[in-house]
Design a binder for this molecule. Structure first.
Ligand SMILES: C[S@@+](CC[C@H](N)C(=O)[O-])C[C@H]1O[C@@H](n2cnc3c(N)ncnc32)[C@H](O)[C@@H]1O
Length: 203
């Protein structure tokens, strides 16, 4: 296990579902972050891919000009997900209550997680599930910035520096034992939202 019980705690320990009851049709990071993320997706994702956007909302930041084989979404608010034009299907599930993903082994070519990893209280189990549902050679792209709903982020994330957060995400991948060495893109910034992505391939 990567995290201690204390590091999994949140300031707001109420059920996450309550926090996401009201739809938030806003962007959680600035346009420069989104531009970098969409370009990253242009570089790493191919039209024939089957993709899961885990912990999604009304936007997936995928390049609009590309039609992928299938894009599935997951989140905590059905109304937000229903607004997302890039999803073919979606499901709602609280990953802090149930980490099992409702898919067969080796279903996806890519799993995306955008500005949300800090809310996972059991990331080890979720990353093992991501590995299980990825095809061999499939790719996981976890991106984040320094913004967050502070009371809903885990203590380990709140207490970490930006550099340490990269190491934390790398350790989630490593803990599963099912990914190759991750690639890190780190673009700290003082004038816009810093951009970080940890990218790993399923062995
Ligand atoms: C800051 S939003 C990011 C949404 C989207 N990925 C984006 O790029 O705009 C955080 C998302 O994490 C998801 N989330 C937070 N806590 C969760 C939990 N306990 N279980 C499942 N999903 C959760 C929700 O779907 C929420 O929309």
């Amino acid at each position: 296990m990567v995290l201690t019980a204390e590091e999994r705690r949140k300031l707001d320990e109420t059920d996450d579902t309550l926090f996401y009851l009201q739809p938030r049709l806003v962007t959680h990071v600035d346009q420069l972050f989104i531009w970098q993320l969409t370009n990253l997706y242009r570089q790493y994702l191919r039209p024939e891919m089957v993709i899961l956007d885990l912990m999604s909302s009304w936007v997936s930041h995928l390049p609009k000009e590309v039609k992928y084989a299938r894009v599935e979404g997951h989140g905590l608010n059905a109304e937000e997900l229903a607004h997302n034009p890039q999803l073919d299907r979606f499901f709602v599930q609280n990953l802090n209550q149930n980490q099992h993903l409702p898919y067969e082994d080796a279903t996806f070519d890519a799993v995306l997680n955008t500005v949300s990893v800090q809310y996972l209280q059991y990331p080890e189990a979720v990353f093992r599930e991501i590995a299980r549902i990825l095809k061999p050679g499939g790719i996981a792209i976890v991106s984040f910035s320094n913004r967050m709903f502070f009371t809903k982020a885990i203590q380990a994330w709140i207490n970490a520096s930006e550099k340490e957060r990269v190491e934390l995400v790398k350790s989630y991948f490593a803990d599963s034992g099912m990914f190759g060495e991750p690639e890190v893109i780190a673009r700290p910034s003082w004038f816009s939202d810093p951009f970080y992505a940890v990218i790993a391939r399923r062995k």
